[in-house]
Structure formats: C-alpha cells, structure tokens
Write a protein of this length. Structure first.
Length: 627
C-alpha cells in the first residue's frame, strides 16, 4: 500500500509540474497521437470510448475472461473453460502456472509514444477490506524518448476463511529512437509479487451446508475450511532490452529496401514458495511436523541476435540465433530409501529461427519457425498463415501450427515437505498440431474454428490408490475441436451482444476436460444523456456453460489437476450493470451473480470444494488524464 501511495504521489506531482510549465493554452493533440506499441511492434492508440467490450475487460486481469472462471476472491486463480495453444516456447515453462494469470510476460508489455503526459487510473472494489488499483503514467521528454511507470496492486480479504490476496505488479518501460529513426532501443523492468493465502476448500460438512443453502451460513466466514495456515507466493524480477539499427535504408515513393540488425537481452529471476504451519493429512505424510516450506526457483538468461530484410519486392525476411541459460530447482538433494531426487535442472540451449511476411495479390502471407540446434532440450515449432481481405467488410484467415517442446519444469522435477510431492521424471516432448480458420465480417459477425491434436499430452492427475496429484503423460492422442462465434445486433438504442463457443474432445476426453457449450449474452440500452454530456449503458449479462468434470485446484503445486469423479457447472451467471462515460472517465456499477439470490440450493462452484462468488454490488472507474 505504501508503494501505491508513493506512485500516486509521483503521478499527480508529475501532472502538476507539467501543468505549471505549460500555462499557455494549446489545442489538444488528436487521440490517435497517443500511440501504444506492442511487443511485436504493432501500433494502436489510446481508446477512451465506452463499449460492451470495455465492460468485459473491466476486471482484475484487464482482459476479456470469457474462457475463464474466477474463484471467489479477487486475485485468486482462474479455472479454464477452454484452451488456446498460442505460446511457441522452445524450453519448459516455470512451475505454478495457476498463479501466472496476472503475471505479466515479456510479450504482454507495451511501449508508448505520446505528445503530452498521459495517465490512466483504474479502480474497482474488492471483497471485504480491500480494493484493486492500477495506476499508469507515461511521458515523452522529447519526440525521441518516452518512459512509463505503472503499478497494479490488489488486496482483498475475501468472504471465506484464509483466502486473503495481496498482489503487486510494478512495470517501468522506456524507448528511444534517433532523429533519423535508424537506431531504436526499448527496455523494461518488471517486479511482480503475487501472494495468496490457501484454505484447501470447504470441509465435507461445510460443503453440505453451503449446497443446502443454510441461511445461518450466509456469512461465508462461518463455514469451516480444510486449513487456515497456508499461503503460496509467486515473485519475479525481470530486465529486458531490445535494440536495432538500420544498416541499409533506401526508400522512395514506390519502392523500399531496409536491412536491420538487432539484439535482445533478458534476465529473469523468479520463485514460487509454499508455506504451511502444520501438515494437512489429505496431502499425505510429511517430512516435518511443523513449519512446512518449499521454494522453487528459476534463473533465466536469454540473448538473441537477429537481422531483418524488408523489401517491397521480396517482403520481410527475419533470421535469428539465440542462447538461453537456465537454472531451475531447489537448494538440496532429496535422498530416499529407493532412489535419489536431484535438486537442479540446469543447462543451456542454442536456437535458430526465421520468419517471413509478404503481401501478394491481396493475400497476406506469413510464416515462422525455430529449432533448438544444441543444448539440454529438443524443441521446435513451425507456423504458416494466410489472410485475405475480400473487401472492407470481409476478412478470412487460415493458419497451421506444429509445436514440440518438453513439459513444464514442475512436471520434470518437484520437491516438497510433503512426501507425495517429490518426483524426478523422464517425459517425452508434448507435440501439438493445430489447424485454425477465422472469418471476420462487419455484417455477420466473427467466427473461428480450430482443430488441435496433442501427442504425449502431460497433465496433473491422481493415480489409482493415490490421494494427491502427480505428473501423468497420456498414452492416447488428444483431439480437440473448438468453434467460436460472436455477433452483436443493434435495434436503435438497444443492443444484444452474443458470444458462443462449442467444444468437443474426440479422443482423450478422460484427461482433457472442457464444457461442451459456453455462451455469453448481453442485452443492454445505451444512449447519450444531458445534451450528450454523458453516455450510458445499462443492461444484463448472461453467461452459461454446460456441466462437465471440472478440474480441481491443488495449492501445494498451484496447479489444476484432472478429476473425473464430480461434474460441476450447468448453472447460469447473471450480472446487472450500469456504465457511464463522462469526458475521459468511464464509471462502472455491476451486481454480480444475481442468480445466487434465488433458489434454495447452491451449486455454483469454480472448482471442486471451491465455491463461486456470491451476489455482490461492485463499483469502479477508469480515469484518463491528458495533460
């Protein structure tokens, strides 16, 4: 909280200084001068409009969570209702992936270029003794240099025992280009700490009381949980820099030829820790009788050199070579009666890759691929895509991807004070193939179809005669179909926005659990009031997904695991909302999960033993300042 207050003081002080130094009144620059540059160097601009899609993104993650199901408290994890396979990594990912939803990765960091200082403040109420705040400030000290600073903090006690969340994401970015635009550098520093208290879910007796809707336990703090003395934490510090120089630059009105060389450096130090005062018997026997503590670390260093050749005749050709040094593991080796579990997965990787982009007779063609040439892990990927704009109304795209990579580090090596949570495995690469089609139209809406096949799919599950999850590699192939469609209908000042998804697992449905149908529909009214001084939206959002074997959550691993004993879901989620925009401020009121107020029984769960959110009125705003 002290860091939050300090950041706010800096933001407002900066605004005061700039307003004092720029006393002469000037015309405000157009909104499209406030540029946002993505990791892939795509440029958009600041958007202060109010729409139903902005409402969908007004949440803890600041993105649409249609395919996710949040737990009862802000800042906890999310259960996945659907899966995407867009990450093309060449080395295993870190442990505790259920804690990574709010962990900002390199590819998610944006850079900025603005004509005047720009500030954004996001605020939203939480659950009992807490709030969430996302504060951001960026300024160009010259046309060539920009920096930004932001802090996203959440603290929420929650309605159940021992589920306090306290998270913080600090991000500093900068980018510089020379006056002739031939040299560009961009960099960022990210410091993130995400802490969650854990309670293991409701006890058997409390589960019955909750599901029966006993009015004496409408105060959820009275329901017993499995334990009240555990917490886990994910923390990371990252330094990143990317710079490039145009060796050759020839441009005229019709032709161009540009040769660029560049270099990327990054270093990240992150850890996940689990602490518990006393052992919980369901997790099995433990090596200690008190003060259980496990810390999993990863040190990750990357360097990459690349060259781009961009030509009006040949298109854009990129080639790169990279070196990665990683050190994952624990401080001590575990000696058991039957074997020995090492404490480190340590090594390096040398990779090489290439990418291509070209527009040809209305088609946009692209492809990229990479392979580990040497090192401790074999991995590769290859992706090809083609899109076509029939006219301004219709766009179609097709892509094919193949990807082979080793399972995440915690599938290969894990240590814990709980005896059941110790393993060193020798697993095959997970091999994924995906075929995807997309069509976007202004008249008929948007639709996408993807078919994914996965060989050697790796997951956490409970083996026969075990009580805790462990790594399992599927013996059969997983075949997964996903169809998604979106369309909004407008009738004057009324609108109906619809998003629907159909999923089918043809093979491997006992290890890959998803609901067959997910739908979200928003019926709302929108109009300008008070001589167009206020733009408002009010309506209702309905979300539903069919019943299925919902994955369970394990707090020791901070991972979800497959279970096939209990079907959950099949319940409607109804939110009533009122949104308004006054100048550059967007205000949001929402009454969440209204349906939980009706009916005698509670069947709303985010995971086995983890109840979904009760009905609650929440308020928030997003406030933009253009100085």
């Amino acid at each position: 909280m002290k860091r939050l207050l300090l950041l706010l003081l800096i933001l407002f002080a900066s605004g005061t200084v700039y307003s004092q130094n720029n006393t002469p009144k000037k015309d405000k620059p157009p909104i499209d001068f406030y540029k946002i540059i993505s990791h892939d160097r795509d440029t958009t601009y600041v958007d202060t409009t109010l729409s139903i899609y902005k409402k969908y993104k007004f949440n803890y993650l600041r993105r649409d969570n249609f395919e996710l199901l949040q737990f009862s408290n802000v800042g906890q994890t999310y259960n996945s209702l659907a899966y995407s396979f867009y990450k093309l990594n060449l080395k295993p990912l870190f442990a505790a992936q259920a804690r990574h939803f709010n962990y900002k990765e390199i590819e998610e960091v944006n850079y900025f270029n603005v004509p005047t200082p720009f500030t954004e403040l996001y605020f939203k109420t939480a659950y009992n003794q807490g709030q969430q705040l996302d504060a951001f400030f960026t300024v160009n000290t010259s046309p060539q240099f920009n920096f930004s600073i932001g802090y996203k903090g959440v603290r929420s006690l929650g309605k159940y025992q021992n589920i306090l969340t306290s998270t913080g994401n600090f991000l500093f970015t900068s980018n510089y280009r020379t006056k002739n635009n031939r040299y560009v550098i961009r960099a960022h520093v990210a410091a993130q700490d995400l802490m969650n208290q854990e309670n293991g879910g409701l006890t058997d007796n409390s589960l019955r009381l909750f599901m029966n809707g006993d009015p004496e336990f409408s105060d959820r703090g009275r329901l017993d949980v499995n334990f009240e003395d555990a917490e886990n934490k994910l923390e990371g510090l990252r330094f990143y820099a990317d710079h490039y120089y145009e060796l050759l630059s020839q441009r005229d009105s019709t032709n161009y030829s540009v040769l660029t060389i560049g270099n990327v450096l990054s270093y990240e130090d992150k850890f996940f820790e689990y602490k518990q005062d006393t052992p919980f018997s369901t997790f099995g026997p433990s090596y200690k009788n008190a003060d259980l503590y496990t810390k999993t670390k990863l040190e990750d260093f990357n360097v990459k050199a690349y060259a781009d050749y961009n030509s009006s005749l040949l298109g854009k050709i990129t080639a790169w070579a990279g070196y990665n040094d990683f050190n994952y593991g624990y401080n001590s080796v575990l000696i058991l009666d039957e074997n020995r579990i090492t404490n480190r997965i340590k090594g390096n990787i040398i990779e090489a890759g290439a990418a291509y982009e070209k527009e040809y007779r209305g088609f946009k063609l692209s492809g990229k691929g990479a392979i580990n040439m040497a090192g401790d892990f074999d991995a590769n990927y290859l992706q090809a895509a083609a899109s076509y704009d029939l006219n301004e109304e219709y766009n179609a795209k097709a892509s094919i991807t193949t990807h082979s990579v080793a399972p995440n580090f915690n599938f290969q090596l894990y240590q814990s004070d709980y005896q059941n949570y110790n393993w060193k495995t020798n697993l095959n690469n997970v091999k994924t193939q995906e075929l995807k089609f997309e069509i976007n139209t202004k008249r008929f809406g948007n639709a996408s179809v993807s078919y994914t096949g996965i060989d050697d799919y790796t997951y956490f599950g409970i083996r026969e005669n075990d009580s805790t999850p462990s790594p399992i590699q599927a013996s059969e192939r997983v075949d997964y179909l996903k169809i998604k469609a979106q369309k909004e209908f407008t009738f004057g000042v009324f609108a109906l926005e619809n998003t629907i998804m159909y999923q089918q697992v043809f093979n491997g449905d006992n290890v890959f659990n998803v609901p067959q149908l997910i739908t979200r529909n928003s019926l709302y009214y929108q109009d300008h009031w008070f001589k167009r001084a206020l733009f408002m939206q009010t309506g209702v959002t309905f979300k539903y997904f069919t019943e299925y074997n919902m994955n369970a959550y394990d707090p020791v691993l901070a991972e979800f695991y497959v279970q096939n004993d209990q079907k959950l879901g099949g319940y409607p989620l109804v939110d009533v909302f009122f949104n308004a925009k006054i100048r550059q401020t967007r205000i949001y009121f929402v009454y969440e999960n209204l349906t939980s107020l009706f009916g005698g029984n509670n069947d709303h769960f985010a995971a086995p033993r983890q109840p979904y959110r009760d009905a609650v009125l929440r308020f928030g705003l997003v406030w933009n300042f253009f100085l």
